[in-house]
Design a protein around this ligand. Structure first.
Ligand SMILES: [Zn+2]
Ligand SMILES: [Zn+2]
Ligand SMILES: [Zn+2]
Length: 352
């Protein structure tokens, strides 16, 4: 290559680089990095950094993607560029960002004719441990918990479930495997214009937020529209979607409905009593004494006179000695007990 050719090439490369630089947004780190002496990054700065990198990566993904690509390919490329891979995280409304555990979950149950032989879940566990060698089925157990009908629930990092289901060891021990059916994810959409019927909300979401090629994967159903509050022109609604539709909607910060840009998050509901803070029942059915969700006093949250003082968690005071108590029992971001409940809940949802 002559000197002139080399210079021409270098000029060409520079021109290409300039062209690409023009098309890419500037990565704005100044809002995210703390210039103060202690160099601590707070949550809003981390989010600013994350948003800036996500927006940069979105642009790169768009440059790489011809318009005819399939929805699946788009998701693959976009998630490869994501700082926060949405498919692996659940953003709980007014709650924490939770990582979806990638485990295979299944139940070990006594066969119908062995119900009497295995009278408790512990009996079933002993029988399983005697009969089945994990290494025969590539079974790497993360956790075993006791389950309904004298069964066990196994969360496994890996397992050859087909081989294990048909194994003679399991049959001889009088045990069987069942897999739990997972539910479709639900999203809560905020700021939906009032007065729309469920069908109208559904068709608006499809028309304004999903592309023609995505429609084959469509399952989108409004399951609840909150009764509108007085003096408000908008309300919130809950939609049930397939994991694919959830991922497609999560590519944008908003869901567009009519003239509104609506924020949205995953809807994960843990039933927690507002009167006594326990789980699994409503306040109207509560038979316990009141425990305040803010100060852990013996009164209901609505009657609390210490709302301006620091919060104290009645559940953590009662059940958890290792972690601090200075948070509200209703704060999923800070209460480890509520957070664990939320984690248990998302295990039963198919996020894809
Ligand atoms: Zn209660
Ligand atoms: Zn109180
Ligand atoms: Zn707590």
């Amino acid at each position: 290559m002559s000197k002139q050719d080399r210079e021409d090439n270098e000029r060409g490369a520079c021109a290409n680089k300039r062209e690409l630089t023009k098309r890419l947004p500037v990565l704005n780190l100044s809002g995210a990095l703390d210039k103060s002496a202690n160099n601590i990054m707070n949550v809003s700065r981390i989010n600013a950094l994350r948003n800036s990198i996500n927006s940069h990566n979105d642009t790169v993904a768009k440059i790489l993607l011809p318009s005819k690509e399939t929805a699946e390919k788009k998701l693959q490329i976009e998630s490869a560029f994501r700082v926060r891979p949405e498919r692996s995280r659940v953003r709980v409304a007014r709650g924490p960002d939770l990582e979806i555990q990638k485990t295979t979950d299944f139940l070990i149950l006594p066969c119908d004719n062995n119900r009497e032989k295995y009278g408790t879940s512990r009996d079933t566990k002993e029988a399983l441990v005697r009969a089945v060698r994990p290494s025969d089925f590539d079974l790497r157990v993360k956790r075993i918990t006791l389950a309904r009908n004298n069964g066990l629930r196994i969360e496994a990092h890996s397992v050859d479930l087909t081989k294990m289901k048909d194994s003679s060891e399991l049959v001889k021990a009088g045990l069987k495997i069942e897999q739990e059916i997972k539910l479709n994810p639900r999203l809560i959409i905020n700021g939906v214009p009032q007065g729309l019927f469920a069908g109208e909300v559904e068709s608006e979401i499809v028309a304004l937020n999903l592309k023609e090629q995505d429609k084959s994967k469509m399952h989108l159903q409004v399951v609840y529209i909150f009764p509108p509050k007085s003096n408000r022109t908008t309300t919130n609604c809950i939609v049930e979607v397939t994991p694919d539709i959830r991922s497609l909607l999560l590519r944008e910060e908003h869901v567009y409905i009519n003239y509104s840009a609506c924020s949205f998050s995953d809807h994960v509901r843990v039933l927690q009593c507002f009167k006594c803070l326990a789980f699994g029942h409503y306040a109207k059915d509560c038979k316990s004494t009141a425990l305040c969700g803010h100060c852990a006093g013996n009164h209901e949250l609505k009657d609390c006179v210490k709302r301006i003082e620091m919060a104290a968690c009645g559940n953590c005071k009662k059940w958890s000695s290792s972690e601090g108590h200075s948070h509200s029992a209703l704060d999923g971001n800070r209460c480890p007990i509520l957070r664990r409940r939320l984690m248990d809940k998302i295990k039963h949802v198919n996020y894809g």
